[in-house]
Design a protein around this ligand. Sequence first.
Ligand code: DAH
Length: 336
Amino acid sequence: MIGLPELRQQIDQIEHDLEQRLPQLSEQDALESFRVEFLGRKGRIPQLFKQMGQVDAEFRGEAGRLINELKQRATADFEERDLANRTTLRQRQLVSDQVDLSLPGVHRALGHLHPMTIVQREIESIFMKMGFDVATGPEIETEYYNFEALNIPADHPARADWDTYYIGETHLLRPHTSPVQIRVMEQTEPPVRVICPGRCYRRDTQDATHSPVFHQIELLWVEEGLSLAHLKYVLEIFTNEFFGEGYEMLFSGDFFPFTEPSVQVHIKAPDATDWLEIMGAGMVHPAVLTAVGYDAEKYTGFAFGLGIERMAMLRYGIDDIRTFLTNDLRFIKQFS
Ligand code: DAH
């Protein structure tokens, strides 16, 4: 038999243990084993209920009430502790997850134009403002457009000036943009005023100033009454716009089968001593006008071919043409 005082003692002991240990259980794992120890199926409080049978029938009601009260208090205390633990945990998490809104954002680099594209578009826009249209032609050309129609027949030694990649017997990778002149004139009646930008290929060994792939811009203006003076006028506007004011310009004699006379155009910066060669040019050869069915007695025209890489190298002070092709971000990012 268990007497009421004895039961009370046990209850006091459990209560004492609860009070002592509960406040220290800040870890959820420890709290859970604590709950099992006191309130679990075989825990200390359910054990008390099992002793009820040994309590005097007289006191049984009182004993049940006491144990029930203990169970309720213990459950309430445990829940309170559990809630407190969870709240601190959550608060700690909030603090550690906190985002510092004053930190600078992560910079995502936007793409930007390649220096070659920048320069090509700038040249195009200068000539478009002067009333030139932009025309393009195929990179795989026939001998006819690339040579014959440009007054360079099959056995002409000048063919050697263009180290051409051939594709079979009759086709080739164009070594210059001049064939686009022919294609445009075949499709248009004069007056013709076009620029033709595009990629070209030559069997050149790569070095600082040569690349087997490069870009040109061709210009062609055909109309009645044009002379070299008009070419010079157009080039002066171009030089002023692209390089700046105060440049001197010089034409020296040259030879191209498709122009007569042919010139080499040089410019000199106001404070420079050296002349820079910027393009080949000339008056369109009557044989070229005739080849496209124009009346060479009535019309005259002029043309030039300009290397875009060379323009970009002069503009930005780049000394190696290969930098345009290697896609080194350290180089390209300077043009953003
Ligand atoms: N096609 C020539 C070349 O690639 C450049 C050139 C010279 C183009 C004179 C022209 C011109 O239109 O008139 O070397």
